[in-house]
Design a protein around this ligand. Structure first.
Ligand SMILES: [Zn+2]
Length: 71
């Protein structure tokens, strides 16, 4: 997976400014949190936290996308 170490960004999960990570829908997830998500168990409380944070990303992306769509 490609990473872009050129610019530091604030991770939407841990809210720390990191150099390495991935971007999803314009949001940044640091490589530490990404690994945590991949390795965390579905039963783990942290996983639920990640899922909730991810949902916020999806919803904000959908909101931008669905300006002309009645829900
Ligand atoms: Zn992070």
């Amino acid at each position: 997976m490609e990473t872009k170490p050129s610019a530091a960004s604030e991770c939407i999960i841990c809210h720390e400014v990191k150099l390495q990570g991935i971007r999803i829908c314009g949001q940044f997830i640091c490589s530490t949190c990404e690994q945590d998500i991949v390795h965390s168990d579905v039963q783990d409380a942290r996983y639920q936290h990640y899922v909730n944070e991810m949902k916020r990303i999806w919803w904000s992306a959908l909101a931008l996308d669905s300006n002309n769509t009645q829900v």
